[in-house]
Design a protein around this ligand. Structure first.
Ligand SMILES: Nc1ncnc2c1ncn2[C@@H]1O[C@H](COP(=O)(O)OP(=O)(O)OP(=O)(O)O)[C@@H](O)[C@H]1O
Length: 282
């Protein structure tokens, strides 16, 4: 008789949580709200990403036809499990990943295939998740980089941005590399705002930050939004993000799994079970 080694095994009645999650997820995705059919035309939105197919490696799609709309003045959140394609969607919107299918429009005009700097010229700002400041440059120099396409507007924009983020004005000569993670995030957002964008794309702005700084980032996002900037943000702190956003998208496997107002998503039993609750961590 051989004896098998290893830790305790699930009893005959126990099913590992990950399997439960997978089973419910497949079932839920089959019945997921397909928003695409209800989406209006490009002229109805400030930004429209429709039926987007995109990926990194030839022949492998990460986004499998997902759709996102942004109306003037909104904060829109993108949440979902790890690897769902949230960052990929935001990078595709910003022209960092080629669009293989579907289309992107800004104020009704196609932006599919445009490079990132063309999008900046058209009023789109982007804050990447990592390496989003130049650590060896001062805060002021980082902000100058943000205004490189319109250097003559620097002083005026610096005044506006440091009113929103007082730290940036007070510590303008500090090297960005000497700042905490939360402070760097303020520099990164400030830099993206130097070109006076109408759309701000944020990729996981609270990742790696302490709860206090996470909260500060959420508050700043709301303040920036109140100045007339529309925001699309990918977030790992899904609950808090859904509390402050107007609408949210749950992405799963590169598709729209669910769409609704922040409150709808926070109160939906399926979303809670699969994407916000303990099963989601299985
Ligand atoms: N540069 C890359 N080259 C190839 N594959 C990539 C690259 N970046 C991401 N991927 C893959 O694309 C898929 C989606 O990644 P993405 O970063 O968009 O996920 P996400 O939903 O933002 O999740 P997370 O919260 O884990 O960042 C993952 O399978 C990831 O491994």
């Amino acid at each position: 008789m051989s004896e098998e080694s290893g830790g305790p095994r699930p009893g005959p009645e126990e099913v590992p949580e990950a399997e439960v999650f997978q089973e419910h997820r497949e079932e839920f995705l089959e019945h997921a709200v397909a928003e695409t059919a209800e989406v209006g035309g490009p002229e109805d939105y400030l930004l429209l990403a429709k039926d987007i197919v995109a990926g990194y490696v030839p022949g492998v799609n990460i986004l499998n036809g997902c759709t996102l709309t942004l109306t003037e003045g909104e904060v829109v959140a993108i949440i979902g499990p790890n690897g769902a394609g949230k960052s990929t969607l935001i990078k595709t919107i910003f022209g960092l990943i080629p669009v293989r299918g579907g289309g992107l429009t800004l104020r009704g005009s196609s932006i599919s295939g445009l490079a990132a700097h063309s999008l900046v010229e058209r009023g789109v700002g982007y804050v990447p998740q990592t390496r989003n400041v130049f650590p060896s440059l001062t805060i002021e120099e980082n902000l100058q980089m943000g205004a490189f396409l319109r250097p003559r507007t620097f002083a005026e924009r610096f005044a506006v941005v440091s009113e929103l983020f007082p730290l940036l004005g007070k510590r303008r000569r500090a090297k960005a590399g000497s700042l905490s993670g939360g402070e760097r995030q303020m520099v990164a957002m400030g830099r993206a705002l130097m070109m006076d964008p109408s759309v701000l794309l944020l990729d996981e702005p609270t990742a790696g930050l302490s709860p206090i700084y996470q909260e500060e980032v959420f508050q700043r996002v709301k303040e920036v939004n109140s100045t007339g900037v529309s925001v699309v943000m990918v977030e790992q702190n899904a609950r808090r993000c859904l509390q402050i956003c107007d609408r949210g998208y749950v992405l799963d496997q590169g598709r729209n799994a669910y769409t609704g107002t922040g409150a709808d998503l926070l109160n939906d039993p399926n979303v809670i079970e699969l994407y916000l609750g303990t099963l989601a961590k299985g």
